[in-house]
Design a protein around this ligand. Structure first.
Ligand code: CA
Ligand code: CA
Length: 129
């Protein structure tokens, strides 16, 4: 007759993948006989990510200077943000959400590279395609 007992493993607290993403556990089973016999097995626990971090910009603000009549496609700035999550939870896309009503600037969604879309004069009122 085989006596089968279950070893149920539970977590004691909240797991944080950003601190520990993988646990290598060694589990031991022992009988109550004399002499006592034991066996061990490995249990690898992978912690799945949840989207609990927002993207963070490298700097709180950016400043750029452009020459008057800079040609279309001129480099303005390179914006970088990182995200401590993983996979799709860490994928960052960039967009300009305010301050560019005239459409002077373009930001590359995947890289954060900002370039000019139009030729702008210093007065900012004469922009042409
Ligand atoms: Ca995230
Ligand atoms: Ca996370």
């Amino acid at each position: 007759m085989n006596l089968i007992t279950e070893g149920l493993l539970k977590v004691k607290g909240r797991l944080d993948r950003e601190r520990v993403s993988k646990y290598n556990l060694t589990v031991q089973a022992r009988d109550m006989g004399v002499p006592q016999r034991t066996a061990s097995a490995h249990l690898v626990v992978m912690v799945n990510d949840v989207n609990d971090h927002k993207p963070q910009f490298e700097f709180p603000g950016y400043q750029a200077e452009l020459g008057e009549m800079a040609p279309v496609g001129s480099f303005v700035a390179s914006i970088t943000a990182t995200d401590n999550d993983t996979g799709i939870n860490a994928q960052v896309t960039y967009s300009i959400v305010a301050g560019d009503d005239q459409g002077w600037f373009h930001i590359e969604p995947s890289t954060g590279l900002v370039t000019t879309r139009k030729v702008c004069t210093a007065l900012k009122v004469h922009c042409s395609q």
